[in-house]
Ligand binder design. Structure first.
Ligand code: GLU
Length: 389
């Protein structure tokens, strides 16, 4: 991936905008910033690029409309603030885009909408249709129904899921941070800025600090998580500052930003969806023989499973854990947890006698499985390309 690649050369771009860029605590919406952003979006669209926006700011805007005191809000308070703020946010986007005769469509998603395959496909179809008619989807988490356990809670990971769902080739995360440093720059004066990241290694993950500012939930941690989800499915990612007006033009003009190369091992759309699941419903602990078999591209048979953890149904995503306690793969369970427990460690030929019906031979079929190593591994050639970029 080359650092200088023009934004107009991408096919489909997801732009994630942090709350602090759009909303001022005292004065509310930053209209001139939004207008400049919409002008940049119009330029991209004129070059034939499909643009999707994941916009935060509902809670911040609701707080400002309701004049709530600063400090942490209770979940129901932030949900009420989001309900008030989201109306204003969507209207502002719609009005601002309409200056360039662009139509906006609001999409509110919950974690369940992207974790459950059927709902995921429905949401994807709607997004594709909006893009087909030339509209710009304005997406946010449906904060009013998201509970503390079942929610993204940050729009970095939501944006990455949207990018994979829409088959985008670039995700741009705009916030008050201009990119990735080897250590949090406000704490460590020796922190080095990283311009290109060829691969998200454990060392890169270790560089991510905590959350950054009061108005935005996600810090570098959620941005790196987003990077893993996006790059796995062949989508490049840029982290850049949105603090000045027209940050997209600034990126084009060489403003400081961190570029993450897409993974060199594109997997099928179905496997991308499996790999990007945020909350596997359970775990299958397997023996060394199974680890070797899965590494060789085989399905997971009940004989190689040692322990079943969690309550899941057939078709749910489960993590496959090796004897050393590390996740080695993820896949869609071929059996409910209870049935899986009954056939654990047994030969596939015994399944019918145990369960009373002839089930599948595999606990997880290889077509429904993605190796965790595959999620970040890259071909040597791509590593070289990235190093020379
Ligand atoms: N959904 C939240 C909002 O619109 C933002 C979450 C985030 O900042 O990442 O207010």
């Amino acid at each position: 991936m080359t650092r200088q690649k023009a934004l107009g050369s991408y096919r489909r771009i997801v732009i994630k905008i942090g709350s602090a860029l759009l909303v001022d605590r005292k004065t509310g919406l930053k209209k001139s910033w939004l207008d400049a952003m919409c002008a940049d979006i119009a330029k991209l669209k004129n070059k034939g690029v499909d643009v999707l926006v994941v916009s935060s700011g509902a809670i911040a805007l609701g707080r400002s409309v309701l004049d709530l005191p600063s400090g942490a809000l209770k979940l129901e308070e932030s949900q009420a603030a989001a309900a008030v703020g989201q109306i204003a946010l969507a209207r502002d986007w719609s009005e601002s885009l309409s200056r360039d005769s662009i139509v906006a469509g609001q999409i509110l998603l919950t974690l369940g909408d992207t974790e459950e395959r059927r709902r995921y496909l429905n949401a994807r179809a709607t997004i594709n249709q909006l893009l087909k008619i030339g509209a710009v989807p304005i997406i946010n988490e449906n904060d009013t129904v998201a509970t503390s356990e079942i929610r993204y809670g940050d729009n970095d990971r939501l944006a990455a899921r949207v990018a994979t769902m829409a088959g985008a080739d670039l995700l741009i995360l705009l916030s008050d941070i201009d990119g990735l440093y080897t250590a949090p720059p406000h704490l460590d004066p020796d922190a080095q800025f990283l311009e290109t990241i060829a691969e998200i290694t454990p060392e890169i993950e270790a560089m991510a600090g905590g959350a950054a500012s009061e108005l935005s939930r996600g810090g570098m941690r959620t941005k790196i998580d987003a990077g893993k989800i996006a790059t796995t499915s062949g989508c490049a990612m840029i982290i850049a500052s949105g603090k000045t007006d027209s940050p997209l033009s600034a990126i084009e003009n060489g403003a400081r930003s961190s570029w993450f190369a897409p993974s060199g091992t594109p997997v099928t759309a179905r496997k991308t969806w499996i790999a990007g699941q945020l909350q596997p419903a359970g775990e299958l602990h397997v023996d060394d023989g199974a680890v070797t078999a899965l590494g060789g591209g085989k399905s997971l048979l009940p004989a190689g499973v040692r322990k079943v953890v969690g309550l899941f149904s057939r078709g749910d995503t489960v993590a496959i854990i090796g004897p050393n306690g590390r996740e080695i793969a993820r896949g869609l369970a071929g059996y409910d947890a209870e049935e899986a427990r009954q056939i654990t460690g047994r030969k596939s030929s015994e399944i019918e006698a145990i369960l009373g019906y002839a089930g599948r031979a595999a606990m997880i079929h290889r077509d429904d499985m993605v190796m965790t190593s595959q999620i970040n591994s890259k071909s040597e050639r791509q590593k070289k390309d990235a190093a020379h970029a």
